[in-house]
Every structure is written in C-alpha cells, then in structure tokens.
Design a protein around this ligand. Structure first.
Ligand code: GL1
Ligand code: MG
Length: 211
C-alpha cells in the first residue's frame, strides 16, 4: 500500500539543470577545463563533490583548491537561482503534489542538492511537502539509497510504502536499491530501469502507479 511519494527536485519539480550547467561551465572556463552540455548530462542527480570529480576528469588538485572550486560554482548557481519564482515549477508538478496530499498521501523532497530548501522556498512549495531530504541529510549520495531511506523514515513510512520520482539514472538506481517503487521521468535509455516511465512530470498517470 503506497502512503508516500518522494520527489527528486532538479528535473522533476523544476528545471534547474540549465543553471547548474551555466555555473559549472563558468567554473570550467575559468579553470581551463573542457565541459560540454553532453558532459552536463552525466551530472544529473550527482552530488556537488561527485560532479566536480566528473568535471576534473581525473585531474588531481589539492583539497583546498577542490573546496574553493565547489564554493565558487555554488556562488554562481545561487546567483542564478535567486531569480526563480513560483512560475518556475515544471508543468503539472504543483498540481500532482497537491492531488496526492488531498488523497492523504505524504510528500517529500529527496534531492542531492544542498540548495533544495532554498529552491523549494522560491517556488513557494514549502507547505506542500512534509519533509525535505537534501544534500545535507546523508553522507552517501545517489545511487546509494540512503537519501530516500532517510526521507521515508522522516515520513514515518517503510520503503515499500513509498514511490520515488526521478529523472536521473543514479536516482532510479537509488530508489530500487532502497526497495521503493520507482517512477522515471525522461527517456528509457536514462530511466528505463524504473517501474514506470513517463516523458515528463505532467504525464505521470496516478491511477497507473497507485493501482
Ligand atoms: C548538486 C550538484 C548539481 C546537481 C545537483 C543534483 O547540487 O552541484 O550539479 O547535480 O546536485 O540535482 P548543489 O550544488 O546544489 O548541492
Ligand atoms: Mg534530478
């Protein structure tokens, strides 16, 4: 019996991927690293530190330089994000979360991003989620199931009572590893391992998933 839905943020509730791309790109340019839109696809759902490791493509740097680069990228990202507002929720996202709540289903955010709380605030969605699990909540990032397990426990639910909505391969893997029902958003090549796959958040068929 499904009693809770856990939503990834970037790519499911809102499309911040472009902001992350711009911020990583600025950092890459400053550091003389090559970084394309294709490279950016690999960062989907990946934590800040793991993203920077992918960006460095094996190049070694001091711990201090690594930390400084993460801080610099985050500054660029935060500048872009502050321009967001309620209109930046993806089509159907707010409506879906509200519909679930009207059915007595608990709702959570399960995002790798350390900026998830601020983004939810800017979207004016704080009051439609029971809890926010983000990049600060657990040590092991997706594809480890830890973040979603943490969100489920915050909701007071067991993993098999939860649905996870994800647009990243690493996120679908995390949901499956946690024993949850996975809804994938995007192409089958990316999220095909999920139990249900839809092109966009707006396409999610509640009847199909809830039975
Ligand atoms: C981190 C990464 C981003 C992106 C998100 C996941 O966000 O830096 O590139 O992969 O996780 O959606 P943040 O820096 O906000 O913690
Ligand atoms: Mg995502």
């Amino acid at each position: 019996m499904i009693k809770g839905w856990i939503f990834d943020l970037d790519g499911v509730i809102t499309d911040t991927a472009e902001f992350h791309f711009k911020a990583w790109k600025q950092l890459a340019d400053e550091e003389g690293l090559s970084f394309t839109r294709e490279d950016n696809e690999q960062l989907r759902g990946v934590s800040r530190a793991d993203s920077l490791r992918l960006l460095l493509k094996g190049k070694t740097v001091t711990d201090q330089h690594f930390e400084e680069m993460m801080t610099r990228k985050n500054g660029y990202y935060q500048e872009l994000v502050e321009k967001m507002g309620p209109e930046d929720a993806l089509p159907g996202a707010r409506e879906l979360v509200k519909e679930l709540r009207s059915r007595g289903i608990k709702t959570a955010i399960g995002s790798s991003s350390r900026n998830a709380g601020r983004v939810i605030e800017l979207l004016q969605m704080e009051d439609i989620f029971d809890t926010i699990a983000d990049g600060h909540s657990v040590a092991n990032a997706k594809p480890a199931p830890d973040l979603f397990l943490h969100a489920a426990s915050q909701l007071g639910l067991s993993p098999d009572e939860c649905v996870v909505v994800e647009d990243a391969e690493a996120g679908v893997e995390a949901a499956l590893a946690g024993g949850m029902c996975a809804v994938g958003i995007g192409p089958a090549e990316r999220v095909g391992k999920a139990h249900y796959v839809y092109a966009e958040t707006a396409d999610i068929d509640l009847k199909e998933v809830m039975g």
